[in-house]
Design a binder for this molecule. Structure first.
Ligand SMILES: [Ca+2]
Ligand SMILES: [Ca+2]
Ligand SMILES: [Ca+2]
Length: 654
């Protein structure tokens, strides 16, 4: 099977269905038997032939899913409604390939069809063993043809489906290496980087035959690489950089085959890389001086995902390197578009669309892998007026990874964590942290939900120091106020587990609604402040949601409904004390720190009781048990007590 499907869940008339529906997570393959659905993964590698096998026994409802001859998933097919497994399949019926039938033997829709190639579909009347499945995957005949052999003439063709001849070797050939030619001549370090950006290594031939194939591939792809039989043609992955005289390939494996020209290697510590001549002989050369063509070898086909294509662009999001054309790799989209090189630029074309995307590299050997500025012709960028350019990312990185501008991949956790991890440090660029919608009004407090008028804010006061000025009967208190609240109007991006890294700048804070708290019985006008001393941050409490492929950078979004804003600031306030300190320290007296909310916080007061000092603050104090006087929509969250406890009862110690 080779290609991709677009379809929808069918009515229950189909006894057996097996496909890759777009409404199931993209990595999964779905199937149903007798109307009961299940999902298996991983799915197919797009653009390359893969054997797919599903086995099922009606007695115990056991299924096993194989791709490329290996077991990938298994399970039992039962539904919550129907405890019994589906009945055995009834005699007579239709076997439809590439479509789900909406009615018996028909009701086909072109936009729900499989797009790609299918070969050697067979059905067996028994469950094949794992060994047999592996044999079938390699086009071996051990399992026989089963109930239904693959007869190309036996099928009725609908719509645009047609029969093509595919050489058996193309389906059954041993996989890899998948080769990508880099040309024209380029420096060694650039070639190495380009290969690594597509999860490949600089090629080193494994035997004489392979050496000839490599040479022919380069010469045929770009004749300009060939300078004559005795001139270097391409870089090899072979190096003795680490240990002089000990040559290894690009994966650090010992050489299985070498073809040194007479007298080579001879460069000692000055020449630590190998190049192959037009005649296939090797020489050690310096990586710093020369430029040659190169070939990247990968175990899997080169599949590129394009990020940043906005919705009005028809181009495919996935491309597979199918061949080489015009001296460069040629990428075919899952449906009909392609990415190819023409004269001096890379073009992404869709045959049915006048919209052309192009990228013109500064240096002719630069590839569009990674994040690049593309020009949009025939349409205004992403629909924004005057926007004819677009940042597109062509990436080989898998889900959960971030693509650096140069194409290398990092775990998403390294994105915006204040440490440069990409070779070009691009993981720390464009760390937006927060999106404030245009409709945001900072004088309007957030709401906890549609029906809820009141809004909870957590207030935590932590006393840092107390000084008693006996002659004035005053207490000077140093304390830290922590406020936490949720603002569901906001969206945060790429939050870090360490909230220090999610720090909000003053200009952020000045655009947000901020609760204000005053220290009512302190002397003077004492209240919370937003200034350079205020420490604002976002706490990552919720699960991330991945941005879709219209974003040119992989992004994790966090909703303001789950991830609170936190403000911390230290204050010093003077309280007039009505204590009689004559007997101090031999008695117990009580004073209050009064905290009230003010200014635009009438909605708060319902849920946040003002703290009126239910416990005493001690002069030589002990901070004791605490009150939880705040709840988030009625649900207290356990995030470590210290975050939630107010300054509590202090007891005068002795
Ligand atoms: Ca050397
Ligand atoms: Ca040499
Ligand atoms: Ca980083």
């Amino acid at each position: 099977m080779k290609g991709s499907t677009h379809g929808c869940f069918p009515p229950p008339t189909n006894y057996f269905l097996f496909f890759h529906p777009p409404d199931v997570k993209a990595d999964n393959t779905a199937f149903s038997i007798g109307g009961i659905w299940s999902v298996a993964k991983p799915s197919l590698v797009p653009g390359s032939w893969v054997s797919v096998c599903l086995s099922y026994t009606a007695q115990d409802a056991l299924w096993t899913y194989y791709t490329a001859g290996k077991e990938r998933a298994s399970g039992t097919l039962r539904s919550s409604k129907r405890k019994t497994p589906p009945a055995e399949v009834a005699p007579s019926g239709w076997l439809v390939v590439g479509q789900d039938q909406d009615k018996f033997g028909g009701g086909f829709q072109a936009d729900q069809s499989f797009r790609g190639q299918v070969a050697r579909v067979r059905l067996w009347g028994r469950v094949l063993g794992a060994g047999e499945v592996a044999q079938v995957a390699e086009c071996g005949g051990g399992a026989g043809d089963g109930l239904l052999p693959w007869l190309t003439g036996a099928w009725t063709l609908n719509h645009t489906a047609r029969v093509i001849e595919i050489p058996r070797d193309e389906i059954c050939r041993k996989k890899g290496p998948y080769r990508t030619v880099l040309s024209p001549a380029l420096p060694y370090s650039t070639a190495e980087k380009q290969c690594s950006a597509i999860k490949a290594n600089l090629a080193t031939p494994g035997n004489r035959e392979d050496s000839d194939r490599l040479r022919t591939l380069v010469q045929e792809t770009d004749p300009s690489c060939y300078g004559g039989p005795n001139q270097p043609l391409l870089w090899l992955g072979a190096t003795d950089e680490k240990q002089e005289g000990e040559w290894v390939d690009a994966k650090d494996a010992a050489m299985r085959f070498t073809a040194w020209a007479a007298g080579q290697p001879n460069g000692g510590r000055r020449e630590n890389n190998a190049a192959m001549t037009g005649a296939g002989a090797w020489a050690d050369v310096s990586s710093k001086v020369f430029s040659y063509c190169a070939v990247c070898d990968a175990a899997d086909p080169l599949v590129l995902t394009v990020l940043g294509l906005c919705e009005n662009l028809p181009h495919d999001h996935y491309y597979v390197q199918e061949s080489h054309a015009n001296t460069k790799p040629y990428f075919r989209g899952y449906t009909v578009s392609n990415i190819s090189w023409l004269e001096d630029r890379w073009l992404a074309k869709h045959p049915d669309s006048k919209i052309l995307l192009s990228y013109t590299p500064i240096l002719p050997y630069e590839y569009p892998f990674g994040r690049r500025g593309w020009v949009v012709e025939g349409a205004e960028g992403c629909g924004r007026p005057g926007d004819g350019s677009l940042a597109l990312t062509l990436t080989t990185c898998s889900r959960g990874n971030f693509t650096c501008d140069d194409g290398s991949c990092l775990p998403m956790e390294m994105r915006c964590d204040s440490q440069a991890d990409c070779p070009d440090e691009s993981d720390e660029n464009h760390c937006e942290l927060m999106t404030i919608p245009e409709s945001y009004r900072r004088h309007i407090p957030p709401r906890s939900s549609q029906n809820d008028a009141a809004y909870p804010v957590s207030l935590h006061v932590s006393v840092l120091a107390l000084e008693i000025i006996t002659d004035k009967m005053e207490i000077v208190m140093d304390f830290e106020v922590t406020l936490q609240w949720l603002d569901r109007r906001l969206v945060f991006s790429d939050l870090n587990e360490d909230s220090v890294i999610n720090g909000l700048r003053l200009d952020h804070l000045n655009r947000l609604w901020i609760p204000e708290v005053s220290f009512a019985n302190a002397k003077g006008n004492a209240h919370t402040l937003i200034d350079g001393e205020t420490d604002g941050s976002i706490l990552r409490w919720g699960e991330p949601r991945s941005g879709d492929s219209t974003y040119s950078r992989e992004v994790y979004f966090f909703t303001g409904a789950e991830n609170p804003i936190q403000l911390k600031r230290k204050y010093s306030a003077t309280y007039s004390c009505s204590l009689n300190l004559a007997l101090y320290p031999f008695d117990t007296q009580v004073t209050h720190e009064q905290v009230t909310t003010m200014k635009g916080m009438n909605c708060l007061v319902e849920n946040v009781r003002s703290y009126t000092g239910s416990g005493a603050l001690a002069c030589d104090f002990v901070l004791g048990a605490v009150d939880d006087f705040v709840s988030w929509g009625g649900q207290r969250r356990q995030r470590g007590k210290e975050n939630w406890n107010s300054v509590g009862r202090g007891r005068r110690g002795r």
